[in-house]
Design a protein around this ligand. Structure first.
Ligand code: CA
Length: 340
């Protein structure tokens, strides 16, 4: 078929526009909804994901743990007692350390729990006083597959491509308990179309040995981010401070595409109003890594940081990060839209 040249130009611009829709989320700093719109609704519930989606997130985060029958579910902790009514519903499931573990309940049992805003298990007091009221409305835990279907359904009905940002939680602990979480999660991601670096997915983990294993032994070909704690050493033995050195970052770049450091690894406020960069973002960029720090919380700012505006300015304008985990997708989206 032959087209006149002006038609060709229009067609080319349409193709380019379509491409920028598909990859637009990657071309600008990424807004990653931390546990969904967790500033407004109980974390990791589907309503929290739907709200973050509607508020304009580029990626929605999933934390993943296993049930007793090896079903990956979306839950931040290996524990259930700070976001559900497990203590009331299954008092016999308490371990000798006083905690309730997702790994001790089957999926059928876990589905009977009601999820609520995060609280302190001992006192029952909410962690964030101004967030969604405790015990109000009904929320449940989702499996990883349920959440992927939910997000892909929204992508279908809106025509957008919002990505996923799954985290393998405590793989070393899971294996010590006799469950190999990564080998269960990776095939599910692949089955839903998340397998290569061009798919809208970043896999993340705090444990260096597992990150290497996922890449080298389990054959993960998609993008991956090494999470970096604010404290020096992880429970699994990962030396997070060593990872932040030029040598550490260069080594990391052989395995992962980016790092997800605690905000304090990027910027601190020695006194009120005075932001001090650590130099990590520059060093990571020199190693070829993207940087997605965690977590923007407008109701819990870093020490001495005077405002949410100052926090966003320090991270995006001064440090030059490539994306951020935020509990408040709308606040971060608005800051990026209005920035000079
Ligand atoms: Ca996480």
């Amino acid at each position: 078929m032959k087209f006149p040249s002006h038609m060709k130009k229009i067609l080319i611009s349409l193709v380019l526009a379509a491409a920028s829709v598909t990859h637009g989320a990657e071309a600008r700093p990424l807004v990653i909804a931390h546990r969904g719109a967790s500033g407004y609704l109980p974390e990791h519930t589907l309503p929290a994901k739907a709200l973050a989606y509607g508020l304009g997130a580029d990626f929605l985060e999933q934390d993943i743990v296993l049930t007793k029958d090896d079903v990956p579910v979306v839950l931040h902790d290996i524990f259930l007692d700070t976001v559900t009514d497990v203590a009331k519903r299954f008092p016999d499931k308490k371990r000798s350390d006083g905690r309730f573990y997702a790994l001790d309940l089957t999926l059928v049992e876990l589905k009977q729990l009601r999820v609520t805003e995060r609280f302190i298990a001992k006192t029952g007091q909410p962690v964030f006083a101004k967030r969604f009221p405790a015990g109000q409305a009904e929320f449940h835990i989702s499996t990883l597959e349920e959440e992927l279907q939910f997000i892909q359904g929204l992508n279908h009905s809106t025509g957008r491509t919002v990505g996923i940002y799954p985290e393998i939680k405590q793989p070393k602990w899971h294996r010590e308990q006799g469950h190999d979480i990564s080998t269960i999660v990776l095939p599910i991601l692949a089955r839903y179309g998340y397998a290569t670096k061009s798919d809208a997915c970043y896999l993340q983990c705090f444990e260096l040995e597992e990150v290497k294993r996922i890449r080298d032994d389990l054959g993960w070909q998609g993008r991956m981010v090494m999470l970096i704690e604010g404290k020096a050493k992880g429970e699994d033995g990962t030396d997070h401070s060593a990872l932040c050195t030029p040598v550490g970052l260069k080594e990391l770049a052989k395995v992962v595409d980016g790092i997800g450091p605690a905000i304090t690894r990027v910027v601190t406020w020695p006194t009120v109003g005075e932001a001090k960069l650590t130099g990590l973002v520059k060093a990571a960029h020199e190693a070829g890594l993207v940087v997605h720090p965690y977590t923007i919380r407008v109701d819990e700012l870093p020490k001495n940081c005077p405002s949410a505006e100052a926090l966003h300015a320090a991270l995006f304008r001064e440090a030059g990060i490539d994306g951020v985990f935020t509990d408040f997708t709308d606040v971060t989206r608005a800051w990026l839209a209005n920035r000079k």
